[in-house]
Design a protein around this ligand. Structure first.
Ligand SMILES: [Zn+2]
Length: 238
C-alpha cells in the first residue's frame, strides 16, 4: 500500500492510504480539514472509501462532515469518543477489516493525550494520532501519566520495522528537547541532521521508524511512570 501525507493547518498531516490492489480507493486518517483532502483526491483521481479517527480533537475531525456528505463513507473511530460523527465504533483489541481493500488493522486503546485516543496498527504501519510523535509525544490533556506511559509501552512491543505515521510535524522542536533530555545520545544528533535536511527541502520528516523512536524518543524510552511524568512536565515548560 502507498501512504501519503496531506498537509493541513500549520503542522497537521492527514494520512492517505492507497491499498495496493485498489489504489483509487482511499482511506483517510484524521481529516481535520476537508479542502486539502478533496483537492488531493481530485488530483489523484481517487474516491474516498473510509475515514479513520484516532481521537476527538477538532484538528483531526473537522473535515469529516463535509467529506461524508460527498462520499457517504463509513467513519471508524473510538467507541468512547465525544466526537459524534463515528459510524463504526471501535475498541481495544478489535480488528478493523476493510475486506474489499485488503486492509486489516489492529486497534489499540492509547489514552493519555485524550481519553478516547486509539491507534491503528497493521501492514508495518502505526497510525498513532497525537500519542507518539517523532522524538516526542502528545500533551497530556485528559489522561494520567499512568495511562500515557502504558499506551507508549504498547508501542514498544510492536516490530521495530514499523513505520510511525504521527499526525503532526513537531519533529525539530521535539528533537531539541530530546537533545536536552539525553545530551549524550548520538542518535538524537543524527536524527536532528536528517530531519533538518528533509525540512529544508520542504519534505515531511514522517513517517518515523519505531526502531529509531526506541533510540531517540525520551518518552518512549521512559522506564517508569515517574520518569514519564518528569519528562512530560519538563517538556511542557521547555
Ligand atoms: Zn489532539
Amino acid at each position: 500500500m502507498r501512504i501519503t501525507a496531506i498537509a493541513a493547518f500549520d503542522d497537521n498531516y492527514i494520512w492517505a492510504i492507497q491499498p495496493a490492489k485498489h489504489p483509487h480507493q482511499v482511506v483517510l486518517v484524521d481529516p481535520g480539514a476537508a479542502a486539502p483532502c478533496q483537492q488531493w483526491l481530485a488530483q489523484q483521481q481517487c474516491q474516498l472509501a473510509a475515514i479513520l479517527v484516532t481521537h476527538h480533537h477538532w484538528d483531526h475531525t473537522d473535515g469529516i462532515a463535509e467529506l461524508v456528505a460527498q462520499w457517504q463513507c463509513p467513519v471508524y473511530g473510538p467507541a468512547t469518543s465525544p466526537f459524534s460523527g463515528i459510524t463504526e465504533p471501535l475498541q481495544h483489541g478489535d480488528t478493523l477489516r476493510l475486506g474489499e481493500l485488503d486492509i486489516q488493522l489492529q486497534v489499540l486503546a492509547t489514552p493519555g493525550h485524550t481519553l478516547d485516543h486509539i491507534s491503528y496498527v497493521g501492514h508495518d504501519a502505526l497510525f498513532c494520532g497525537d500519542t507518539l510523535f517523532l522524538a516526542g509525544c502528545g500533551r497530556m490533556f485528559e489522561g494520567s501519566p499512568e495511562q500515557f506511559h502504558q499506551s507508549l509501552r504498547l508501542f514498544t512491543e510492536l516490530p521495530a520495522a514499523t513505520s510511525v505515521y504521527a499526525a503532526h510535524e513537531y519533529s525539530l522542536a521535539n528533537l531539541r528537547f530530546a537533545a536536552a533530555a539525553m545530551p549524550d545520545n548520538q542518535a538524537v544528533r543524527d536524527a536532528q541532521q536528517r530531519v533538518q535536511q528533509l525540512r529544508e527541502q520542504g519534505l515531511p520528516s514522517l513517517p518515523s521508524r519505531l526502531a529509531d523512536e526506541l533510540a531517540i524518543n525520551p518518552f518512549l524510552r521512559a522506564q517508569s511512570v515517574a520518569e514519564f511524568r518528569r519528562l512530560r512536565e519538563w517538556k511542557d515548560r521547555f
